[in-house]
Design a protein around this ligand. Structure first.
Ligand code: SF4
Length: 365
């Protein structure tokens, strides 16, 4: 079992908070498509013939590719990799690029999961974030997605916005649950060093971001999701039973995956590889995982999930030194109630999951 990620680095403009590798122009699209084709040929053996059970088009804005372009990429994938007939095929989309006809074409060519970047159902939030769509169009796209046959639908929301209040965030969640979408990815607004938002705040053109707002909203989110019967399976991801993102779950379970396109990451079970953030030729760097890195990475990835750390697995696969270290470091955190423990597992419960990265750092070797 393996996965393939395809990074599509184009957007129509740059959202204010964005830190992803994307260019606000389509000028180099043909060049990109050709380099993607070449990369598939060059790296067709990376997964050693393992069946591919998930394919994920992320970005950027993958929905800027035409149905014909997407079809060509899917055909190339099938030519070079053993993609399973019932593979999960996800496309990330932004509302300003969608129409009913486009969504029907996606569904007809085999995409069976759609992830739409809604971010908020309120226009003042969307303006603050520098998004191109408004809430009316966001709702229209969700209806279109349903009509086009996307039952496996995920929506993205951003919380911790200074334009919002606890009440408005609750209403955002009301609107999300009313859509019936079975999957929610919700992210705290973060200020990236070189984002437009960071500069706008420094210039006094946008309201500053308060960390307390994210903590407040996350608490509300966890409570509301649990009440609605959603499973909180990763720090930012919630779903109705049976609608977990198989592709993203494979990252947390360290399943091998191949990342194609600029800035994409790959993992073959032994080494991590990442492509340069450029369209000028396929350049990548890699890092073989040392035992320390493998342990630290396991801790970091798994603590973000509901499955947590499997102490028996650490002892069996990584050895006594790592298992003993983990138990030693975890003991005070468990005593303080910041980390939960059963005989075999260490895990974070709601809403402590928001602090997963800091707690993981305390367990690193
Ligand atoms: S659509 Fe996504 S990738 Fe593109 S600029 Fe906005 S946040 Fe960044």
């Amino acid at each position: 079992m393996s996965g393939i990620y395809i990074h599509v680095p184009f957007c129509l403009s740059k959202c204010y908070y964005c830190a992803f590798y994307s260019m606000p122009s389509l000028k180099r699209k043909d060049e990109y498509l050709e380099s993607l084709r070449q990369e598939m040929v060059a790296r067709k053996d990376y997964l050693h013939g393992m069946p591919v059970s998930t394919v994920y088009f992320g970005g950027g804005t993958p929905s800027l590719l035409t149905p014909e372009e997407l079809k060509t990429i899917l055909n190339l994938l099938h030519d070079h990799f053993p993609v399973e007939a019932d593979a999960e095929l996800t496309l990330e989309a932004n509302p300003d690029t969608l129409s009913l006809e486009y969504l029907e074409a996606l569904n007809a060519m085999g995409f069976n999961r759609l992830s739409i970047g809604i971010q908020s159902f309120f226009d003042d939030d969307l303006r603050y974030l520098g998004r191109r769509h408004d809430s009316r169009h966001a709702r229209q796209c969700i209806d279109w997605a349903r009509s086009a046959g996307f039952d496996n639908l995920s929506l993205d929301l951003i919380y911790g916005l200074p334009t919002s209040t606890a009440d408005q965030w609750n209403r955002n969640l009301d609107l999300f649950f009313a859509t019936g979408a079975p999957h929610l990815s919700a992210y705290a607004l973060t200020l990236e060093p070189n984002s437009i938002l960071t500069k706008r705040i420094a210039m006094g053109k946008a309201q500053p971001v308060e960390e307390t707002a994210a903590v407040r909203d996350y608490g509300i989110l966890c409570q509301r999701a649990a009440k609605e019967g959603f499973v909180h399976y990763e720090i930012s991801n919630f779903c109705r039973p049976g609608f977990r993102s198989k592709h993203n779950s494979s990252y947390w379970f360290q399943t091998p995956y191949l990342g194609l396109g600029p800035a994409a990451h790959s993992f073959d079970g032994k080494e991590r590889r990442w492509n340069a953030e450029t369209l000028d030729g396929i350049r990548s760097e890699y890092e073989a995982l040392t035992p320390e890195n493998a342990y630290n990475e396991y801790v970091m990835l798994r603590l973000r999930t509901m499955w947590g750390l499997d102490l028996k697995y650490i002892r069996r696969e990584m050895g006594d030194a790592f298992a003993d270290h983990c138990e030693r470091q975890a003991a005070p955190l468990v005593a303080q109630g910041r980390l939960s423990r059963t005989r075999e597992f260490l895990y974070l419960t709601d809403p402590q999951m928001l602090f997963a990265d800091g707690i993981a750092a305390a367990l690193f070797y």
